[in-house]
Design a protein around this ligand. Structure first.
Ligand SMILES: [Ca+2]
Length: 90
């Protein structure tokens, strides 16, 4: 392995850890979450039942449903999902 190649790897690793890259991956995750939430919310009431999350293939939401559903009403809202996403990224 050449020195130049090693430096390139170190720079790439450092870039991946910068706040900008971090924010970008959060923004991407949020945009994916937004579109998946919309497509999974079949009855359009602005919240997901466990069944809607399952049908929508949102396996992370299904696995963590009761944790994300912080008010324990049996549904996860977009705000609850966003809060959970922020807790993971920030
Ligand atoms: Ca719904």
């Amino acid at each position: 392995m050449t020195t130049a190649f090693r430096i390139a790897i170190l720079l790439a690793a450092a870039a991946a850890l910068t706040p900008a890259a971090h924010a970008q991956s959060y923004d991407m995750a949020l945009s994916v979450l937004t579109s998946r939430f919309k497509s999974s919310d079949k009855n359009g009431d602005g919240k997901l039942s466990l069944q809607e999350a399952k049908d929508g293939g949102m396996s992370r939401v299904v696995a963590n449903f009761t944790t994300i559903d912080t008010d324990k009403d049996g549904y996860v809202t977009f705000a609850q999902l966003k809060a959970e996403l922020e807790a993971r990224y920030k």
